[in-house]
Ligand binder design. Structure first.
Ligand SMILES: *[C@@H]1O[C@H](CO)[C@@H](O)[C@H](O)[C@H]1NC(C)=O
Ligand SMILES: *[C@@H]1O[C@H](CO)[C@@H](O)[C@H](O)[C@H]1NC(C)=O
Ligand SMILES: *[C@@H]1O[C@H](CO)[C@@H](O)[C@H](O)[C@H]1NC(C)=O
Ligand SMILES: *[C@@H]1O[C@H](CO)[C@@H](O)[C@H](O)[C@H]1NC(C)=O
Ligand SMILES: *[C@@H]1O[C@H](CO)[C@@H](O)[C@H](O)[C@H]1NC(C)=O
Ligand SMILES: *[C@@H]1O[C@H](CO)[C@@H](O)[C@H](O)[C@H]1NC(C)=O
Length: 443
């Protein structure tokens, strides 16, 4: 198991931290930039990606898979005819508006029953002392959100292939799904790339394949970072070319969850039509600052046009941006996230960058759904931003490391207030996925 010296390094490059602040303000050109507002909490605006962390799911492979008898009728296990009815009734229900309510039943897996949890997100094992954050469930205002039913899910997924496409948050998300599903059947890892960032698993008795494809920009990009996230040169981003890492496999996929976001905040040179079109935060380069929003919009347009243009009738979820919760500093300057209960609606305000990203997501998604519908491609927006914003208590914080205060209870440790503890609030993203998937099949 490897712990990296500084994986929280979205911006970590030869520029120093002061530059980061300028970068952020520059991005917000014309927008009021305030770190905090008086009546509600506004979180800081710097992000990171632990792009060089590894997924520690090798344990998944230990021991032979336990095949269960392949006698299951896809719809028999937990399927009651009236559930179809319930689901279609919910079509008009907004699953993403609601509140977190206490849930004494807690998560269906733990650090002991799931072996797929990446070390940095294994808050229980790492010694996070409080456990209150595990006892909440997302309650949409106008409808019931059923708990994820892994057996029913796997029955739906017989002979299917599901892929998560994006950055380390997508990996966080897939691990939640693996943990939930592993309560029914252990996944067998069948592939990983050199850095353990892209992976593929099989659920043998269901012939269900699950992939995570690491492509933080979704676009073709040249990233010059070493294993510690220290970059030697600006990222080169090709705004008119998708990353073939995912597009070449795309024809295999029946379901995909696509997400982008945080990496677009990094310094990058933007290439388009075989020329350098401009950049995002590149002082001294004599290039036009185009803003991260320019690139992010281009990326989503290209992605959505790709998935709607194909003859392949995949079921596509676009997940909206995930908020971080650094307080009293940034990730590099002692920012923390030590709250232990969710916010109530109105207690917290979305920060500008997340608002900009989500607006772009909503706009581009809106434009694409019409085209998707004509082509028979199901497009759904997994709009988790606001409900996740209410969960400042769900991040590893200092417990991204194993027992960070074992030797010195005042130790200065870097906090992770972006990724999510497993189990944790991100499990509810899968409750939502399952509900939307069932609804999409029945509707
Ligand atoms: C659904 O059907 C089951 C029996 O098949 C019944 O017990 C349950 O109450 C029904 N639920 C609703 C919401 O009608
Ligand atoms: C699981 O977490 C508990 C604390 O919640 C810890 O005592 C235990 O050692 C952990 N077990 C594993 C296998 O990580
Ligand atoms: C398993 O599923 C794949 C699609 O994901 C399909 O191509 C293949 O034929 C299936 N295998 C069996 C044995 O049904
Ligand atoms: C791309 O560049 C070529 C010249 O190299 C130009 O003729 C063409 O109009 C450009 N296309 C777009 C879409 O900008
Ligand atoms: C910056 O670029 C413009 C045109 O691209 C050029 O006219 C100008 O001289 C450049 N400035 C410097 C300082 O290189
Ligand atoms: C949370 O962290 C802040 C400093 O970032 C500290 O002042 C406060 O006491 C901490 N709260 C708890 C409950 O540890």
């Amino acid at each position: 198991m490897r712990f990296d010296s500084n994986p929280l390094s979205l911006y970590k490059n030869k520029h120093n931290h002061v530059f980061v602040k300028f970068a952020v303000s520059f991005v917000l050109l014309g927008l009021a930039f305030r770190l905090f507002v008086s009546d509600s909490i506004r979180f800081s605006s710097v992000n990171f990606e632990s792009q060089q962390t590894q997924i520690h799911v090798e344990e998944t492979n230990t021991g032979p898979p336990v095949p269960s008898p392949p006698t299951i009728n896809p719809l028999s296990a937990d399927f009651h005819p009236n559930e179809t009815h319930i689901s279609s009734n919910q079509e008009k229900c907004d699953l993403f508006t609601g509140e977190w309510i206490p849930d004494p039943s807690g998560p269906i897996y733990s650090n002991v029953t799931c072996h797929a949890i990446e070390g940095h997100q294994n808050c229980m094992r790492n010694g996070r002392p409080d456990s209150g954050y595990l006892y909440w469930r997302w309650n949409p205002r106008d409808c019931e959100l059923p708990r994820f039913n892994p057996e029913r899910f796997l029955n739906f997924m017989r002979n299917k292939w599901w892929a998560f496409i994006g950055d380390s948050i997508s990996r966080n998300h897939v691990q939640s799904l693996l943990c939930i599903l592993s309560q029914v059947e252990q996944a067998v890892e069948v592939y990983h790339d050199e850095e353990y960032r892209s992976k593929r698993w099989q659920f043998p008795s269901y012939n269900f394949t699950l992939s995570v494809v690491w492509t933080p920009f979704l676009l073709k990009a040249e990233v010059f970072e070493d294993i510690n996230g220290v970059s030697s040169s600006e990222i080169r981003l090709y705004l008119d070319e998708l990353d073939t890492k995912w597009t070449e496999q795309y024809k295999n996929f029946d379901y995909v969850v696509i997400a982008g976001g945080k990496w677009f905040l990094k310094t990058a040179i933007y290439h388009e039509n075989n020329t350098v079109k401009g950049c995002h935060y590149c002082p001294g380069k004599n290039l036009t600052e185009l803003g991260f929003d320019y690139a992010y919009r281009k990326a989503l347009q290209l992605v959505l046009s790709f998935v709607t243009r194909l003859d392949q009738k995949a079921f596509v979820f676009l997940r909206t941006t995930t908020p971080d919760h650094f307080e009293n500093g940034e990730w590099f300057s002692g920012g923390t996230c030590n709250r232990s209960v969710p916010f109530k609606e109105g207690e917290v305000e979305m920060r500008d960058i997340d608002g900009i990203m989500r607006d772009i997501e909503l706009e581009e998604f809106g434009k694409a759904t019409g085209i998707g519908a004509e082509k028979g491609v199901t497009l759904k927006l997994l709009d988790t931003t606001s409900l996740s914003l209410l969960r400042p208590d769900g991040h590893p914080g200092p417990y991204r490391q194993f027992q960070p205060f074992a030797k010195d209870k005042n130790a200065k440790v870097q906090n992770d207030c972006l990724h999510w503890c497993l189990p944790g609030p991100i499990d509810s993203w899968n409750d939502l996925l399952m509900e939307m998937m069932v609804d999409g099949i029945n509707g």
